[in-house]
Ligand binder design. Structure first.
Ligand code: IPM
Ligand code: MG
Length: 368
């Protein structure tokens, strides 16, 4: 008997649809190698939704996302929507879904695959074997805090305002995600804040320390200031296993960590919420690279981050560790075989497009 899972696919804008199509192409193989069958629904988000409905995230899509067993998300945004109001911009598609689905834990894995070691701008011996996870809080902080806005001042000048806010409850629940994950990895968490400047950072540090002392004494905890962390990520990234941090610092540090691996086109992510009464953990999976409008529609985008996001989906949402591992292996193997999209191209390698790369992964899986 197969278990049917409801997947909501939201390809979005730019390269989102192309890379997502390559992940979807693998689902038949997954069905043939697991007890799962998929009921796939696809809908619009971001700029694509603005074009059709005038807003980046409709109530229908929010409802579908809440009903789904998992959401596979592409990317949103692009210059085409530069002129829409700030309150309607495509990025609200993803930010709104995180908030509406309660997806507070954004897990971003930065893994250096050996065949790509020369694709990084950082020296090979600094990054060899890198496998770190950024646990980014994703429904709080300055992304959501109020007051916010742009005010006109009496003297005719203007003031832009955003507020970093974290409650102890928000800090505690993301800290627990990091500590639980640490027990499945190297038992080590580095918590990153700006407690030397910000009260919200001071509370962050206090709460994380308390939770570790009380409930996770077996997990090694260190603290680092965010600016130092950016520097250490470039200087000696192998010192990290799990980095636990706020929404904004996680956004910045995960782009930095991605480039250690050679390309933004290699980094998958999972964003998870709290298990509901129906036993389902709300979850959305997306590549972290964004919509890359400059190369959209040209069959140039690297689909591996989205394919690896599908592997995360199978693992975290459906417990299919074996098929997930096979997909990751197949991605590694196509790299070993020398196939490269433009973002990771190197001397003596074979340049391929988005669909060829996706097809090669599928062939690897079929040959296993
Ligand atoms: C990310 C992106 C988003 C963010 C944007 C598209 C709103 O940069 O997922 O890292 O800032 O969270
Ligand atoms: Mg980002």
């Amino acid at each position: 008997m197969k278990t049917e899972k409801k997947l909501l696919v939201l390809p979005g804008d730019g390269i989102g649809p192309e890379v997502t199509a390559q992940a979807i192409n693998l689902l038949k193989w997954v069905e043939n190698h697991s007890n799962l069958s998929f009921k796939i629904d696809e809908d619009l988000v971001g700029g694509a939704s603005i074009d059709q409905h005038g807003i980046p995230l409709t109530d229908t899509v929010i409802e579908k996302a809440k009903q789904a067993d998992a959401v596979l998300f592409g990317a949103v945004g692009g210059p085409k929507w530069d002129k829409v109001g700030f309150d309607k911009r495509p990025e609200l598609g993803i930010i709104g879904l995180r908030k509406e689905m309660g997806l507070f834990a954004n897990l971003r894995a930065a893994t250096v695959f050996d065949p790509l070691i020369d694709a990084s701008t950082v020296k090979p011996d600094i990054i060899k074997g890198l496998d770190l996870m950024i646990v980014r809080e994703s429904t709080g902080g300055v992304y959501f805090g109020s007051p916010r806005g742009i005010e006109n001042l009496p003297d005719g000048t203007r003031k832009g305002i955003n507020t970093e806010v974290y409650t102890s409850v928000e800090i505690e629940r993301i800290a627990r995600v990091a500590f639980d994950l640490a027990r499945q990895r190297k038992n080590k968490v580095c918590s990153v804040d700006k407690s030397n400047v910000m009260e919200s950072g001071l509370l962050w540090k206090e709460v994380v320390t308390e939770i570790q002392k009380r409930d996770y004494p077996d997990v090694e905890l260190s603290h680092m200031l965010a600016d130092n962390c950016a520097m250490q990520l470039v200087r000696r990234p192998l010192q990290f296993d799990i980095i636990l941090t706020s929404n904004l610092f996680g956004d910045i540090l995960s782009d930095l960590a991605a480039m250690l691996t050679g390309s933004l086109g290699m980094l998958p992510s999972a964003t998870l919420g709290k298990r509901g009464d129906n036993g389902v953990i709300p979850a959305l999976y997306e590549p972290i690279h964004g919509s890359a409008p400059d190369i959209a529609g040209q069959n140039k985008a690297n689909p591996l981050a989205q394919i690896l996001s599908l592997a995360m989906l199978l693992r975290y949402s459906f417990g299919e560790d074996v098929v997930a591992a096979k997909i990751i292996d197949a991605c590694k193997q196509v790299l070993v075989n020398g196939l490269r999209t433009p973002d990771i191209m190197g001397p003596g390698k074979k340049l391929v497009g988005t669909s060829e790369m996706g097809q090669a992964v599928l062939e690897e899986l079929n040959n296993q």
